[in-house]
Design a protein around this ligand. Structure first.
Ligand code: MN
Length: 515
């Protein structure tokens, strides 16, 4: 993006004095980065411009955008924080300082593992760097997004490292801020670098499934439209296609079976108010068969990141009398905006409200429901800086990913659910390897089959001919794939294992209806 286009865009949102300060910041950044190049060969200024451009898209306030323009000056040029403070005031200087600190904390961390709450010291640093002002984190996410988008210019080894870190740290952070669109972007790009073959395979599969669903989906849409018109509920309807990475995660949970994933396509119904949300749910359940256990009321009980919507999956029959499932997400316009853009949405309209968050001690006003962790983070950072102790376990932020990433000795990366055990890894690599596992080495040492794996572990499976899965292996795995394979092997050798009821399998709420 060229400076002139960027400034034209800023003009649409900001006024005279703000634009003047922004122009000054652009001058300062251009001078500071003069002669510096990105790995791509472009002049360095392209990067802060792109970062600030995202922040405009996300409707951040002018201070954040200026800080975005200046975000690499302290770290990568002769300017220091005092220069920034003198020229742009303490608010902007604080933001730039936070981003710089975060960069330094990151560089000081040897690998992903050191981010995790297990190492208290690093978490403390991270909290102090980000907790002062949540905008620091949003600027950092914009920075990361642009770095990911230009990742092709880096050597393979760096690509893997950046992609892994984005998946492990930045995407979950975007999720905690309920920045749904940004989270998906971070995940899709990262996953594409980490496992290109799997990414392409799933992309093709997804395309195929969606292609065959399109006409059936039209029938459902039409029936619903008619019913909503009769009920006189104004609505907007659109569809969202599941992202490749969330599909990958879900397939892992559901034993790689595409047929069991009901939300490849979800239809979104956006209405004017909460009452209409429940009305639409009523219309849907009258029209189609709701799948048991799939109705979620995130309006009455918002998710921890503040996400609100009603979810339901319905079942109907297509022309060939085959079962056909569709997921629905029902929400108001306001909930929709917040689900897509999260805390960043409307930052510059809500400036006052969000500034209050950092001023008030106890009860926080103006934070969306479910996002009190932002305030908790802030209070924790304040305490830490004052030298007081905090109980990290009470923070309940769960800031990090629910996946772990482990390596083979050859450097191949496999991701597994948090809590995965050595045999889960063995079966994940290949069933034949899993079945004949004699021992497992983690980081060069033999470990027990009940020792959970951690991100960054190098895992080596030692197989031996003549080994067969034993009954107690069932209790030493957490992934459905490993469980199924072990059960099958045991059955082959004549040992019958009781299959647990599968909670994911839908049951009709109206038995006997058709078929
Ligand atoms: Mn940067």
């Amino acid at each position: 993006m060229k400076r002139k286009d960027f400034e034209a865009k800023a003009k649409k949102t900001f006024k005279g004095s703000q634009l003047k300060t922004l122009a000054r910041a652009l001058d300062v950044a251009e001078t500071a980065h003069r002669g510096q190049k990105r790995v791509s060969g472009e002049s360095y200024i392209v990067h802060p411009l792109a970062v600030a451009n995202y922040l405009i898209d996300w409707e951040m306030d002018i201070d954040s955008i200026i800080a975005g323009v200046l975000h690499d000056t302290v770290e990568d040029s002769d300017l220091d924080l005092n220069d920034i403070e003198e020229q742009f005031g303490s608010n902007i200087a604080t933001l730039v300082d936070g981003v710089t600190k975060l960069t330094r904390v990151r560089r000081g961390m040897r690998d992903i593992d050191t981010y995790l709450p297990t190492t208290k010291d690093n978490l403390t640093k991270l909290l102090i760097a980000t907790g002062e002002d949540i905008r620091v984190l949003i600027i950092k996410i914009a920075d990361r997004l642009h770095n990911l988008e230009t990742l092709r210019h880096l050597p393979r080894e760096r690509q893997t490292k950046v992609a892994l870190e984005s998946l492990q740290v930045f995407a979950p952070l975007a999720d905690r801020l309920n920045m749904g669109q940004v989270r998906v972007k971070l995940e899709e790009i990262s996953f594409q670098y980490l496992d290109p073959q799997r990414f392409d395979f799933l992309k093709k599969q997804l395309k195929k499934s969606i292609g065959s669903a399109a006409s059936k989906l039209d029938v459902v849409k039409n029936e619903l439209s008619t019913a909503l018109k009769t009920a006189k509920i104004p609505y907007q309807m659109d569809g969202r296609i599941k992202s490749i990475y969330s599909l990958h995660k879900k397939l892992d949970k559901y034993d790689q079976s595409f047929d069991r994933i009901y939300d490849l396509i979800a239809l979104r119904i956006v209405v004017n108010n909460t009452t209409d949300c429940y009305n639409v749910l009523g219309v849907l359940h009258k029209l189609f068969i709701p799948v048991e256990g799939r109705v979620k009321d995130y309006i009455a009980r918002p998710k921890a990141n503040g996400y609100r919507s009603l979810h339901t999956t319905i079942m109907t029959y297509d022309g060939n009398d085959e079962e056909f499932f569709v997921e629905f997400q029902i929400r108001t316009h306001e909930m929709h905006e917040f689900a897509e853009r999260g805390l960043a949405a409307g930052f510059h309209y809500n400036e006052q409200k969000l500034t209050d968050v950092y001023k008030q001690g106890g009860q926080i006003q103006g934070l969306p429901e479910g996002m009190n962790w932002v305030a908790d983070l802030h209070h924790a950072a304040e305490k830490l800086q004052a030298g007081e102790a905090i109980d990290i376990s009470k923070l309940q932020m769960n800031l990090f990913s629910d996946r772990i990433f482990v390596h083979t000795p050859d450097g191949d990366i496999f991701d597994l659910p948090d809590g995965a055990l050595p045999l889960d890894f063995a079966f994940r690599v290949h069933s034949d390897i899993g079945k004949t596992t004699h021992a497992v080495k983690v980081n060069g040492e033999i470990v027990g089959f009940d020792e959970p794996l951690k991100t960054g572990d190098v895992v080596e499976v030692i197989t031996r001919k003549g080994i067969f899965p034993r009954l107690d292996w069932i209790k030493k795995v957490v992934t459905p794939k490993a469980k199924t394979k072990i059960r099958a092997s045991l059955r082959e050798s004549g040992i019958e294992v009781k299959t647990e009821d599968n909670p994911q399998k839908p049951r009709r709420t109206e038995p006997g209806n058709k078929k």
